[in-house]
Design a protein. Structure first.
Length: 153
């Protein structure tokens, strides 16, 4: 009689979705910025069409907010966040979740926010990582319970 080998436990994401959603939102806002196209700008922002607001400048408040938010997460949350990014960019797959977390734990330091905010497409990688868990971020501003009913006249 063959011996049944227990299957490994399903990977579990304990990082709250609202935390990931906030980081995704901030990361995408930061990614939308472009390099400083007018470094000598001294003119009125209104005259420039407020274009400078979309430029990546040293000390950017969006980046600072993102870094600070990540850095105040507890260590376990920071580790899962890094592992989720690695999962989303394809460094690991869902079957390697525990290994990804173990590597993130080994490499953890006090600069997690700086590390993650320096990754282009951070928000996209986090969403891809969530997708591997069968999770997604819902637009919290959308208060509809279901899709609009198109049958009503």
């Amino acid at each position: 009689m063959p011996i049944a080998v227990p299957s490994p436990p399903e990977p579990e994401l304990t990082l709250p979705l609202d935390v990931v959603a906030y980081i995704v939102e901030r990361a995408k806002e930061f990614d939308a910025k472009e390099a400083d196209s007018d470094p000598d700008s001294g003119s009125n922002a209104t005259d420039d069409g407020d274009a400078d607001v979309l430029e990546d400048k040293p000390g950017d408040l969006v980046q600072r907010e993102l870094v600070d938010y990540i850095n105040v997460l507890n260590i376990d949350q920071q580790i899962e966040l890094v592992a989720l990014v690695w999962l989303g960019r394809g460094t690991y797959d869902i079957e390697e979740w525990e290994e990804a977390k173990a590597t993130a734990r080994q490499e953890h330091n006090k600069r997690t926010g700086e590390y993650l905010s320096g990754i282009p497409l951070l928000g996209d990688y986090l969403e891809e990582g969530l997708d591997a868990f069968g999770e997604s971020i819902v637009d919290m501003d959308d208060t509809r319970d279901t899709a609009p009913d198109t049958d009503k006249a």
